[in-house]
Write a protein that binds this ligand. Structure first.
Ligand SMILES: C[S@@+](CC[C@H](N)C(=O)[O-])C[C@H]1O[C@@H](n2cnc3c(N)ncnc32)[C@H](O)[C@@H]1O
Length: 156
């Protein structure tokens, strides 16, 4: 499994807690450092982490590896989308969730259109994958968020 733009490891750590190996990728060294410390604190072992800028290189540094699952949460760089789909093994699962344009109504998070999904856009970004589920709306909670969430599989 790979967690793209893993940040402090919300999902990398969740995977490790479930005993699932997960590679965390992010450009922010401080976030990766915190992730490593949290994994140590919880005795989850040393996670596999890769510090990389996913936007500056013509291809992600991961191009030779294939994963059973690709996680992308709260990150959007549309030029990277085809390469994310290509990271999946046949039968592999993509879980993608990030903000939609309406997030701007809530006063936090990204404001630029390039970082926000248009209504109904997310499933269409992955034409080579089979959509298992797609949801869009306001997620209530301590910090409400306008999100689009997709689960899709690469056909075998
Ligand atoms: C809002 S955080 C989301 C973190 C995590 N996925 C989560 O949902 O908790 C966005 C992350 O994207 C990372 N990021 C932004 N641009 C990046 C880039 N060009 N290459 C790699 N990581 C990047 C940031 O460093 C940050 O950790």
């Amino acid at each position: 499994m790979v967690d793209i733009a893993c940040g402090r490891g919300r999902h990398t750590l969740a995977a490790l807690r479930d005993g699932l190996p997960c590679l965390g990728v992010d450009r922010n060294a401080a976030h990766l450092h915190e992730l490593r410390a949290a994994a140590r604190e919880e005795r989850l072992g040393a996670p596999r982490l890769l510090r990389a800028d996913l936007e500056s290189a013509p291809h992600p540094p991961l191009r030779r590896e294939r994963f059973g699952a690709v996680l992308v949460f709260r990150y959007l760089h549309r030029p990277l989308i085809p390469q994310l789909a290509a990271l999946l093994r046949p039968g592999g699962l993509l879980l993608y969730e990030t903000f939609t344009l309406r997030q701007r109504e809530l006063g936090y998070g990204p404001r630029r259109e390039e970082f926000l999904l248009r209504e109904g856009e997310l499933p269409g970004l992955f034409p080579s994958l089979r959509v298992l589920s797609h949801w869009e709306g306001l997620r209530e909670g301590e910090r409400p968020a306008w999100l689009s969430a997709l689960a899709a599989v690469r056909p075998s």
